[in-house]
Design a protein around this ligand. Structure first.
Ligand code: GDP
Length: 314
């Protein structure tokens, strides 16, 4: 087993309007993932209506930022209870959660719903108390509310021992202290809290490949794209592998295109190993819940249990 210290996989949780899009945009800008003259053209977390209409939307947008040599993959979580299955699948791909809470409004129902699922998965939160610039902000009370909520949701001691960053995503400032005058024009406290408190993936590259499809994406040039986590082993472009369908049948396929994430873009990659979140294109009928593995290891795969995808719309 090796610790992949240069990777962190997190899901972002927030009640609507508490600022997760603004925060992710700011992380993208400040990590240098965008050059100064580039604009965040498409907002990071806005979902695509066409994909939604096709009923195969990933219901989540993947973003990745590089900070001092560490790749931080950030997965959005839908907050609505109709998307329970999606939330669970997303949480299975990550090793921690970034909880964004409005410094005035505090914890809200959508926060609770997703956070409950995160607690069940034994994920530890990093808490960002956002909108600290609001005149009526009450950051310390809001942190107390988060503690109460976590206790109520059955959090263990480890999960209650969370780091807090106080931020104004709007102004691009943050600090580990609740006082407004301690805000500094940087997101470094957010980056370092994620890197220090979210466990790096622990995985074995030498084991047989196990890639689990947890979400679908669609692109008019590439067709259907399976997004997921390499749980074990390694995969290279051109590999001949097998796909295990949801009904237990399988067939052989070749990996023709693979992508990693950086910023809001997908980057074509040649190889990926355990712990990485990647996208695989070229398998026309790829479905959520399917497993990609070596052709000679079919009977040794215990798929990571993934619920039926639901296709309800809000
Ligand atoms: P999301 O629904 O969680 O993605 O929220 P958005 O990022 O879209 O933000 C919702 C609203 O809150 C927008 O009008 C933002 O400009 C505003 N907002 C986001 N962050 C801050 C902040 O730090 N301070 C203030 N005052 N407003 C913010």
């Amino acid at each position: 087993m090796s610790v992949k210290n240069n990777i962190r996989n997190i899901a972002i949780i927030a009640h609507v309007d508490h600022g997760k899009t603004t925060l992710v945009d700011e992380l993208l800008k400040q990590s240098g993932t965008f050059k100064a003259h580039e604009q965040v053209a498409e907002r990071a977390m806005d979902s695509n209506d066409i994909e939604k209409e096709r009923g195969i939307t990933i219901l989540a947008k993947n973003t990745a930022v590089d900070y001092e040599g560490t790749r931080i993959n950030i997965l959005d979580t839908p907050g609505h209870a109709d998307f329970g299955g999606e939330v669970e699948r997303i949480l299975k791909m990550v090793d921690g959660v970034l909880l964004v809470v409005d410094a005035f409004e505090g914890c809200m129902p959508q926060t609770r719903f997703v956070l409950k699922k995160a607690m069940e998965q034994k994920l530890r939160p990093v808490v960002v108390v956002n909108k600290i610039d609001r005149p009526a902000a009450r950051p310390q009370e809001v942190v107390d509310e988060v503690v109460d909520l976590l206790i109520d949701l059955g959090a263990d001691e480890d999960q209650l021992d969370f780091p807090v960053v106080y931020a104004s995503a709007l102004n691009g400032t943050s600090s580990n202290e609740p006082d407004l005058d301690k805000q500094a024009p940087t997101m470094i406290p957010v980056f370092t809290s994620i890197i220090d408190h979210v466990p790096a993936p622990v995985a074995n590259d030498d084991e047989p490949l196990q890639f689990q499809v947890t979400m679908l994406d669609y692109n008019e040039y590439l067709g259907r794209i399976g997004v997921g986590r390499v749980f074990r082993g390694k995969v290279r472009r051109g590999d001949s592998v097998a796909i295990i369908k949801r009904d237990g049948s399988h067939r052989n396929i070749r990996i023709s295109k693979m992508f990693g994430f950086l910023g809001l873009k997908r980057l074509e990659i040649e190889e990926a190993s355990a712990g990485e979140l990647i996208a695989i294109a070229g398998v026309d009928d790829i479905m959520v819940g399917e497993t990609i593995c070596p052709q000679d290891h079919l009977d040794q795969m215990t798929p990571v249990r993934i619920d039926e995808p639901t296709l309800q719309m809000t």
